[in-house]
Design a binder for this molecule. Structure first.
Ligand code: ADE
Length: 234
């Protein structure tokens, strides 16, 4: 998968994208990720990318020209391939595991990070992007949202996680939270590992884990149980 990120702050993204699972996926060629700075496409000698809003009001608004020019530049480098454009905005569709799964099927994503008070509405209407929010809160820019989205997508790409089954067992993959995990020691400060996990009985372990997943989901996220019912799952 190829991912281009258009942003005013590539230097904030690059070290994170070079670390951990995403960094390893890039190193092993599973994903290739490039950041492009809108500011390189500013049209004046001050490299202006934002301006005051028409009609007045606080803050600055990201301008159309540098955003459209940056997007067209990035896409012209790969003529003939179709990109899926994603605009990070608190007004977008909420990111869920299902959205991450859908986007992980794409060959090429172009992510656009808004900044400051917002962006010119013609960026939204003129770009034909899928608009995504990572949650009902306002960040000071789309950069941290892009990092969240990239992490959620890249770990789903075949080979990105060590064991192929790791992503399959994740919370949300089938609408349930994950079961609790334990490692050594068997007892820590009076807290013991559940006997069943030490029993070597894989059938019982499997059954216990499933029970735990259902119990936890009911206790912490009853809304997810309702979603499963609505989808007709058992
Ligand atoms: N930009 C600012 N807030 C955001 C959010 N919650 N999700 C995505 N992009 C954003």
């Amino acid at each position: 998968m190829r991912i281009d990120v258009l942003t005013l702050f590539p230097e904030a993204l690059e070290p994170v994208l070079a670390s951990s699972i995403v960094g390893r996926a890039v190193e092993s060629g599973i994903a290739s990720i490039a950041c492009t700075n809108f500011r390189e496409f500013a049209r004046d000698k001050h490299r202006t990318v934002d301006d005051r809003p028409f009609g007045g009001g606080p803050g600055m608004v990201l301008m159309c020209e540098p955003v459209f020019d940056a997007l067209e530049h990035v896409e012209a480098g790969h003529e003939g391939q179709a990109s899926t454009r994603v605009l990070l905005t608190p007004q977008g569709e909420r990111l869920t595991q299902r959205v991450a799964q859908e986007l992980s099927q794409e060959a090429w994503l172009v992510l656009l990070c808004g900044h400051y008070e917002g962006f010119d509405e013609r960026i939204r209407t003129g770009i034909d992007a899928r608009e995504i929010s990572i949650g009902d809160y306002v960040l000071s820019g789309g950069e941290s949202a892009a990092l969240v989205l990239i992490d959620a997508i890249v770990r789903l790409l075949p080979g990105a996680l060590g064991g192929e089954s790791s992503a399959h067992d994740d919370s949300f993959t089938d609408g349930l939270l994950e079961y609790p995990q334990y490692t050594r020691p068997r007892e820590f400060r009076g807290m013991a590992v559940p006997d069943v996990l030490l029993s070597g009985d894989h059938g019982s372990i499997e059954a216990w884990r499933r029970e735990q997943r259902i119990e936890r989901t009911l206790a912490r996220r009853p809304d997810l149980m309702q979603d499963r019912r609505d989808e007709g799952r058992k």
